[in-house]
Design a protein around this ligand. Structure first.
Ligand code: ZN
Length: 396
């Protein structure tokens, strides 16, 4: 039995290829915006809903009318971009149905569109396009050529989709592979609950704290400064363009550091535990307010609020995604639990009170006197909830 997994490598395009990659991204951005405009006007003027099928049907004409522009790129990659818009609309209507007031899908400004996808290896793209080359790996992309890949590890399974992503000045290729052989790890007999936080990325019910990667806080601080600096620059000015580039580079660095830290933390957890219980972020997201959670104001709040906080927030989703991949591959069990009350319930006696939480770091039960690090106490509650869910599903 195989699993799905993605592999990401740095690209080493020539100057000419880098220019072609930028043009490819720009044309896909324009296509996205044009398709969005089409949907908006059709709806505003005639009350007509335009769907993916209709827009995809027009691609042939768009390409035919612009052979040196849109016509250069892969038909399938353009369909993928139209499907991406379709997904944005589907998400929009889903939120409307849920009674929320989401923002209408937006036009993508320059620098706000950074990925092009080829949905099928061999269709307008080819992974390992020069297999006979003795030392280097290449990926061929229609309209761009054979681009050299810095392949720092082996690719396993069958390459399904290929995507190119721009991060600051760097280009990456992301392969999504099917049928990657799972590599089950031997059972350890140990289980853990994990609490996700800001001071520590992960705290386990056993009392281990896994910090966010070194330097991440410093990079986040640099990003915040770059963004403040950008806000002061005049629109359309040369200095503003430079400031935009600095923000993009800092963003990219934060992402790289976060990814690196998430991989290391997730690997350590799946090696050590047969079952890992964590907070269900989809539920947690609704109860977390800007100043912390509703149930425990101030919890998980970085000393520097605002941007730093949002950067670390976003890191939890990335971390859990990576953890899920690694757990599946290693044959480990991952259980998401409702995070309600996990931070103010006593892990020893079950007494639930706001007063149990003295400070952000300290938990002291007003009923039984149990004292613990607040995150360790929360992780223990998460573990108990996870074990209860597992027992319930085994009994069913
Ligand atoms: Zn207690």
């Amino acid at each position: 039995m195989g699993v799905r997994r993605s592999f990401r490598f740095l690209l080493r395009p020539t100057a000419r290829q880098a220019a072609a990659l930028a043009a490819c991204l720009e044309d896909h951005r324009q296509l996205y915006n044009a398709a969005l405009e089409h949907r908006r006007t059709a709806y505003a003027k005639a009350g007509v809903t335009v769907g993916y099928g209709e827009q995809s049907g027009e691609l042939k004409h768009i390409r035919g009318d612009d052979p040196d522009g849109q016509g250069r790129w892969s038909f399938s990659s353009q369909q993928a971009t139209l499907r991406r818009l379709d997904n944005a609309f589907a998400a929009f209507f889903r939120r409307v149905r849920d009674g929320r007031t989401p923002g209408f899908p937006r036009f993508k400004g320059q620098g706000r569109f950074d990925t092009v996808q080829w949905p099928k290896d061999g269709d307008g793209c080819r992974w390992d396009s020069q297999p006979a080359h003795p030392t280097a790996t290449y990926v061929r992309l229609q309209g761009i050529g054979h681009v050299r890949v810095h392949q720092h590890r082996a690719v396993k399974g069958r390459v399904k989709t290929i995507a190119v992503k721009r991060e600051g000045r760097r280009w990456y290729v992301v392969l999504s592979c099917d049928d990657v052989p799972a590599q089950p790890l031997p059972a350890t007999g140990a289980v853990a609950g994990i609490d996700l936080g800001v001071a520590s990325l992960v705290t386990t019910s056993g009392g281990e704290h896994v910090a966010n990667p070194r330097h991440l806080a410093a990079t986040a601080e640099r990003l915040a400064r770059a963004q403040r600096d950008l806000a002061r620059k005049k629109r359309g000015s040369r200095r503003r363009r430079k400031a935009v580039a600095r923000v993009a580079a800092a963003h990219a660095k934060v992402r790289r550091q976060r990814l690196d830290g998430a991989h290391k933390a997730a690997l350590a957890l799946v090696r050590a535990y047969d079952m890992i219980a964590h907070e269900d972020l989809r539920i947690a997201g609704m109860t977390r307010s800007a100043s912390g959670t509703i149930e425990a104001p101030g919890r998980n709040v970085a000393a520097k609020a605002g941007l730093n906080r949002s950067i670390l927030d976003a890191g939890w989703g990335v971390f859990l995604t990576i953890l899920a991949y690694k757990a599946e591959s290693a044959g480990r069990e991952l259980i998401a639990v409702n995070p309600a009350n996990t931070s103010r319930t006593c892990a020893r006696c079950g007494h639930c009170a706001k007063d149990n939480r003295l400070t952000q770091a300290e938990f002291r039960c007003v009923a039984c006197g149990h004292a613990a690090h607040a995150d360790v106490n929360a992780a223990a509650n998460i573990l108990r909830a996870g074990l209860a869910l597992r027992q319930a599903s085994e009994a069913a």
